[in-house]
Each structure stands twice: as C-alpha cells, then as structure tokens.
Design a protein around this ligand. Structure first.
Ligand code: CP
Length: 292
C-alpha cells in the first residue's frame, strides 16, 4: 500500500494488518521506523480530530512534522493542488496527509509525483483513516466482523464516513443498514424509520448533519429530526444488550443523539478518537516503511 486513498483499495488482509499493528501500538510497542521521515498535513477543510490525531501519531512514530497552513500558503495566490504537493515533495517530504473539499482530489496527484498521499477526507467521497479507526473500535468490541449488524443513521448522502465504512464493513462480512430521510440516502437503499433496526443492531453509528455541504434539515426542525432519526433516550433503551453507539464527530448534540447519551455506557464516541491515534500510527508506519 503506497497511498491510502479509499477503502475500496484496501484489502481485507491489509485492514487486518493495520488493526493488529494498532493494537501493538496501543500495548506500548515502539515504532519500527529506522530512518528519518518527513510528513506534512495539508488541511484545506476544518478538522479537530483527524489533524491533531495524525500530528500526534506522526510524532509518536518518530517522523518529523513540517507545518503547512492552507490559509497562509501560495494556494491563496492560485497555486494548484498538484503544484503545491510537488513543491512539498521537492522539500524532501515523504508523505502528505490531505483533506480537501473536492471529491477524489487525489486523482490529479497520482501521476508525476513521488510522495505518499494519505486521504484525510475528500469532499463527499471517503475518509479511510476514520473508517479504519471505526473498524478497530468494532473489532475491539466484538472480536469479529462476520455477522455483526451495523446501522448507519443520518446524513448518509453527504457522509464520507458512511461510504468508507459501508465498503469496508461489507468486505469484512458485516451486515450494513442505513436509516435516514429519503432525501439523504444517496446511493444506498435505506430504511426511513428505526423500527426494524433499533433492536437488532450491534452497532448504531450516527452521522453528523453536514450543514456546510448544504444538508438542510429538509423540512425538519432540529427537534423533529431528533425525534424521527436521532438516537433518543427511548430508542437507546430498546437497543440490545452489548450493542454500542458510535459517531465520527463532531456531534450536533440534541440532533443526531441526545446529549445525555454522548458519554453513556454504550457510547464509544470518545474511545473512537483515542483508537484513531493508534490506527494512524499504524497507517503512517505501514506507508513510510514501504517507501524504504
Ligand atoms: N471525524 C472527523 O473527521 O473529525 P474532524 O473533522 O474534527 O477531523
């Protein structure tokens, strides 16, 4: 694996190798990198979790982080993404972690560059490092994927997490269902209410309503959206024993999930963020070691 672009391209063997290495990092094993590597994080869209988690992971595996601030870069003078990344490559950087508003922005970078690309989110495309940390969270909980019932609920159409997780979980043998308003089902078949899913799901994964991508509430108020599609206190009581709640965050509290459930016993929302650190250490080590 030279780059991490989308979960379509990551084999089940590679997924399991990354999960295993993440578990070793979590157990305190040191990095296996034997030379100096340089990494830069190019975030053209806002991020709290992914950016800080990648930077922490880079430092923990011994890579040198070269700062990049999109708001003070020559992108503002009209430089293309290709020219920006090629310029960074010429500065001796081995890998870039990129978040960008354009779907599949990485396609323009695949010819003519010798730098590893790690996709930290492309438009409404995919978010593979989030998917891998979601997989790690589920695997730690259940010890398998085969037959696990995962329901992904909310703004599916705009969600790169939904797409990445649906691809990866299906490949690994989980059963993936969607609950959302008809307007937000995107390319997927979906249930338009919780009736069939709430009592049978092992994992309920809630998605943020993405106002920045023009996901209006489509005739809902925040309250009515929460009542119809959110995880309410009453719905949580109907979840089966051992079932868990996930959300990639940031959260619209009181919309996707009742605020009192964010840190309830079933919730793995903050655990997902911690798991992300170990997963990103594993991803970076995997890709940087492959560069020799
Ligand atoms: N889950 C996630 O991608 O969060 P950030 O946008 O804060 O990175």
């Amino acid at each position: 694996m030279k780059n991490l672009l989308s979960m379509d391209e990551v084999s089940t063997t590679e997924i399991m190798q990354i999960l295993e290495r993440a578990a070793q990092f979590e157990a305190g094993e040191p990095s296996q990198l034997e030379k100096d590597y340089y990494v830069s994080n190019l975030f053209f869209e806002p991020s709290t979790r992914t950016k800080t988690s990648f930077e922490s992971a880079e430092r923990r595996i011994g890579a040198t982080v070269i700062p990049f601030d999109a708001g003070f870069s020559s992108v503002l003078k009209g430089e293309t993404l290709y020219d920006t990344v090629k310029t960074i490559q010429q500065s001796g950087i081995d890998a870039v972690v990129i978040r960008h508003k354009e779907d599949a922005y990485y396609e323009q970078l695949l010819g003519g560059l010798d730098i590893a690309i790690i996709n930290a989110g492309d438009g409404t495309g995919q978010h593979p490092s989030q998917s891998l940390l979601d997989l790690y969270t589920i695997f730690k909980e259940f010890g398998r994927f085969e037959g696990i019932n995962v329901t992904i609920a909310g703004d599916v159409a705009h969600s790169r997490v939904a797409k990445s997780d649906a691809v990866a979980l299906t490949k690994l043998g989980a059963n993936v269902n969607f609950v959302c308003p008809p307007e937000w089902q995107g390319e997927f078949d979906a249930h338009y209410d919780w009736d069939q899913q709430i009592e049978t799901s092992d994992v309920i994964m809630l998605l943020r309503v993405q106002h920045e991508r023009d996901a209006a509430y489509e005739g809902f108020t925040k309250e009515s959206y929460h009542e119809q599609y959110g995880l309410t206190i009453d719905r949580e009581k109907q979840m089966k024993d051992g079932a868990i709640i996930m959300h990639p965050a940031p959260i619209n509290r009181g919309v996707e999930i009742d605020t009192t459930l964010v840190e309830c016993e079933r919730s793995r929302i903050f655990a997902q963020m911690k798991n992300g650190l170990f997963i990103r250490m594993a991803i970076l080590e995997f890709i940087l070691k492959g560069r020799g």
